[in-house]
Design a protein around this ligand. Structure first.
Ligand SMILES: [Zn+2]
Length: 241
């Protein structure tokens, strides 16, 4: 397997985040922002940069059979959890944008809703005028993560540099999911000074990290093993263009 040795990727010091400027974090699900970019977001805020979080999905498929948390209530809960996590990371409520595409149904290339999603998100990007956009790795093993990349790639905003972040690549990625020659180069960001803040933000997603919703045996929960994978003093990103 063409496995990346994540520990051998060059490590950038925390102050390099000042070069990212105003930043949009594109999160397919409430928790991706903290898992993949919690350290980055906290450092951006520490160095006075403006951060927006764009949440794509409504998150209603994490516990599809819960009677206590039917879809509308689950969506509200997950949006609340994102606001809580963002507050921990230093991002105010007014900088969070909810797109509410269906969970596992974020429009991807070929989907009839793709062009309208691209147009709508392009409009938001045009208003914010970010210098940097962080979106999941193009072949991260989840359909909504791939769709998120496809939307931003189709917009190709001229004013912003695109960075990609892996979520499930290391754990679930297959050989073809890894970066190939000529594709974006990885770098790691040293987040050791804010790792505890990142962990606090992740824990605010209680519906995903605890058995808060206990009436759906098919419900999703981040295992301790999965969480341990994110409890490291660096975050990995791929520089797209
Ligand atoms: Zn996700």
């Amino acid at each position: 397997m063409n496995q990346i040795n994540f520990d051998a990727i060059p490590l950038a010091p925390e102050h390099c985040v000042t070069g990212f400027g105003t930043t949009i974090i594109v999160a397919p699900h409430a928790d991706d922002e903290s898992l993949g970019c919690g350290g980055l977001i906290s450092l951006l805020r520490k160095f006075g940069q403006t951060v927006y979080i764009l949440l794509l999905s409504d998150g209603t498929l994490s516990h599809p059979n819960s009677a206590e948390y039917p879809a509308g209530k689950l969506r509200d809960l997950r949006e609340r959890e994102l606001l809580d996590a963002a507050a921990v990371l230093g991002v105010p409520d007014e900088n969070i944008i909810f797109c509410r595409y269906p969970d596992r149904g974020v429009p991807s290339k070929g989907d009839e809703r793709f062009e309208s999603a691209v147009a709508s998100i392009a409009k938001t990007i045009d208003i914010i005028k970010p210098q940097s956009i962080f979106v999941p790795w193009r072949r991260d093993p989840h359909p909504d993560h791939k769709a998120a990349f496809q939307i931003i790639d189709a917009i190709a905003p001229s004013m912003a540099k695109i960075y990609e972040y892996p979520i499930w690549l290391k754990e679930l990625g297959e050989e073809g999911d890894m970066p190939a020659d000529g594709e974006p180069m990885p770098f790691r960001l040293n987040i050791s000074s804010v790792l505890s803040v990142k962990q606090d933000a992740i824990s605010r997603h209680r519906s995903q990290t605890t058995n808060l919703i206990h009436d759906d045996p098919a419900g999703f929960q981040l295992s301790q093993e999965m969480l341990d994978g994110f409890n490291v003093p660096y975050e990995t990103f791929f520089m797209s263009k």
